[in-house]
Design a protein around this ligand. Structure first.
Ligand code: GLU
Length: 479
C-alpha cells in the first residue's frame, strides 16, 4: 500500500506551531515510507477563512521545508464534487432532506435540555421523504446508523469506540446548498486516497461521524492518529492569536527552520535521550505509536538552545543565507564589511538567534559614531598618558601589518605588550572599546580581523582623539 497523508489546515489564522507539528508528523510519516503528502486548505468556513491566512500557511510550510506532492487543494473549489456525492447519497437513502424549522429545532433542544439529555436531532424527517417538498427550504442530513459501535484503532491513543446512539444525523448540506465541513473532509480523504489521517486531538469526536459516512459510501477507512495538544507555559491551550504560537513569528525572530522542526518533533515525541535530529534521522527514528499521549508544554529555552546549536553546526553558507535576510531588514549593507561566515563564526557562540546576531553586528559594517558611555568611562578614561601610549603603540604595529590575518594581529598585539612590559589584559579592554565601541565583543583578535585594517586604524585614531579631548576637558576643569 502506498502511504498517503495530508495536512489540512483551516485558513482562519496564521499557521500555529501546533498545526506545524501536525504537518511535520504527517509529512515525516509519508516521507519515511516513501509515500506522498498532500496539502489541503479547508476553507469552507467563509466567514473566518481568509486568503491572507492561506498565504501565511503556505509560506510557513515552505519556510519549514515541508514540501507536498499534491495541492494545495481548496475545498471551496470542490463544491460540485461534494454536491454530486450528496445527491447520490439522497438517491441511495444514505441521506435525507430535513425540513425542520428553526423553531422546531429550538423547542426540541430546550425540551432535551430540560429532560437532562444531550441536545441532538431526533430524526423527525428521516423516514418522511416526500418529493413534493423538494422546493421547500431544507438541509440534507446523513442517516447515521442507529445501532452498534464505531471502533477505530488510533495509532497514538489505542482503540477507541463510540456508540452510534450518541451520534445524531449530521447535516451534510446546509439550506444554502453548501456542504458542511465534516462531509468535505470525508470526500477529500476518499478522493485523495489518504491512507493515514494524522491530526489534532480536537478532531477526535469527528472521527466516528466521518467513519460512518465513509462506510456509507463504501470508501476505504483510513488509519487515524490524533496528536495531543500543545500548552503554553501556564498550562493553557496555546491561542492562535498569540505571537509565540505562529510559525512566521519564529522566522522573524531569527530561528532556523531546522531548529523549529527539531523542537516541534521533540514536543510530544522522544527517542531515548537524543535531542538533535536532522531531517534524515527524524525519518529514520520517528514512529507514530511512540508519540506521547499527553499534552506538551512549550519551552522557549530549549528552542533557543537548539537554534544556537544549528547556527553553529549547519554549513555556514546556509546559515548565512538566513542571516542575510535579517541584516537586510536592519538595512545593513553586507558588502561593506566581513563575509557572513566570519560573522557567524564570531557571534555564533554568543547569539541564540539570527536576529540577535543581526542586531549586534552593525559595527562590522558601518562606521562607529560613538563609544558606549559607560564602557568609555571605564576603559578610555583612566591614566590617559599611559593609555595613549598603549593605543598608539598598537596603532603603529597594526598599521604595519601587510598580511591582515588573525595570527599576525595577535602576534603584533602581544609584541606591544611585551615591549611595554605590561600584561596583555591591560591592552585588551581599551582596544576592544576603541574598535567595537563597547566592552563586550567576541574574541578580540578575530573581531579586529573581521572589522578590517583600515577601519580598525580609524577607530583607534578616534579613540585617541576621545582620550585627548577628555584629558583637555579635565585639565580645563582644574582651572
Ligand atoms: N481543518 C482542520 C483544522 O485546521 C483539520 C481537519 C483534519 O485534519 O481532518 O483543524
Amino acid at each position: 500500500m502506498k502511504i498517503k497523508t495530508r495536512f489540512a489546515p483551516s485558513p482562519t489564522g496564521s499557521l500555529h506551531i501546533g498545526g506545524a507539528r501536525t504537518a511535520l508528523y504527517s509529512w515525516l510519516f509519508a516521507r519515511q515510507h516513501n509515500g506522498q503528502f498532500v496539502l489541503r486548505i479547508e476553507d469552507t468556513d467563509s466567514e473566518r477563512s481568509t486568503q491572507e491566512s492561506s498565504t501565511d500557511i503556505i509560506d510557513s510550510m515552505q519556510w519549514l521545508n515541508l514540501d507536498w506532492d499534491e495541492g494545495p487543494y481548496y475545498q471551496t473549489k470542490r463544491y460540485d464534487r461534494y454536491n454530486l456525492v450528496i445527491n447520490q447519497m439522497l438517491e441511495t437513502r444514505n441521506a435525507y432532506k430535513c425540513f425542520c424549522t428553526k423553531k422546531r429545532l429550538d423547542e426540541l433542544r430546550k425540551y432535551q435540555i430540560l429532560n437532562g439529555e444531550k441536545p441532538h436531532y431526533d430524526g423527525y424527517c428521516r423516514n418522511k421523504y416526500n418529493n413534493q417538498d423538494d422546493d421547500k427550504i431544507h438541509v440534507v442530513r446523513f442517516c447515521n446508523p442507529k445501532e452498534g459501535l464505531v471502533v477505530f484503532d488510533d495509532q497514538i491513543r489505542g482503540p477507541i469506540q463510540y456508540h452510534n446512539k450518541e451520534l445524531d444525523d449530521l447535516i451534510i448540506r446546509r439550506s444554502d446548498g453548501t456542504p458542511t465541513y465534516n462531509f468535505c473532509v470525508v470526500i477529500d480523504d476518499w478522493d485523495m486516497k489518504i491512507t493515514h489521517v494524522i491530526r489534532g486531538t480536537d478532531h477526535i469526536n469527528n472521527t466516528p461521524r466521518q467513519i460512518n459516512i465513509l462506510k456509507a459510501i463504501s470508501a476505504p477507512i483510513p488509519t487515524y492518529a490524533h496528536l495531543p495538544m500543545i500548552l503554553d507555559s501556564n498550562g493553557k491551550k496555546l491561542s492562535k492569536r498569540h505571537g509565540v504560537a505562529q510559525v512566521l513569528w519564529y522566522r522573524d525572530q531569527g530561528y532556523l527552520p531546522e531548529a523549529l522542526l527539531n523542537y516541534l518533533l521533540r514536543l510530544g515525541w522522544s527517542y531515548g535521550d537524543q535531542e538533535i535530529f536532522s531531517t534524515k534521522s527524524m525519518k529514520q527514528f520517528f514512529t507514530l505509536n511512540t508519540v506521547s499521549k499527553s499534552a506538551s508544554t512549550i519551552n522557549n529555552k530549549k528552542l533557543q538552545w537548539l537554534n544556537q546549536y544549528y547556527i553553529n553546526n549547519l554549513p555556514s553558507e546556509y546559515v548565512a543565507s538566513h542571516l542575510q535576510k535579517h541584516l537586510e531588514k536592519n538595512k545593513i549593507n553586507i558588502h561593506l564589511g566581513p563575509r557572513l561566515d566570519d560573522i557567524i563564526q564570531l557571534l555564533g557562540k554568543r547569539c541564540k538567534t539570527l536576529k540577535d546576531m543581526a542586531d549586534s553586528c552593525r559595527y562590522f559594517y558601518e562606521e562607529l559614531n560613538s563609544f558606549d558611555d559607560h564602557s568609555a568611562k571605564i576603559y578610555l578614561n583612566s591614566n590617559s598618558e599611559e593609555l595613549r601610549l598603549l593605543l598608539g603603540a598598537v596603532y603603529i604595529k597594526l598599521a604595519n601589518i601587510h598580511n591582515w590575518t588573525i595570527e599576525e594581529i595577535q602576534k603584533k598585539i602581544t609584541e606591544c605588550a611585551d615591549i611595554l612590559l605590561i600584561h596583555i589584559g591591560k591592552i585588551a579592554m581599551p582596544l576592544r572599546v576603541s574598535v567595537t565601541g563597547q566592552a563586550k565583543s567576541p574574541e578580540l583578535y578575530m573581531t579586529i580581523y573581521a572589522i578590517g585594517q583600515e577601519r580598525t586604524l580609524t577607530r583607534i585614531e578616534n579613540a585617541l582623539m576621545y582620550i585627548v579631548n577628555n584629558q583637555d576637558k579635565k585639565e580645563y576643569q582644574k582651572y
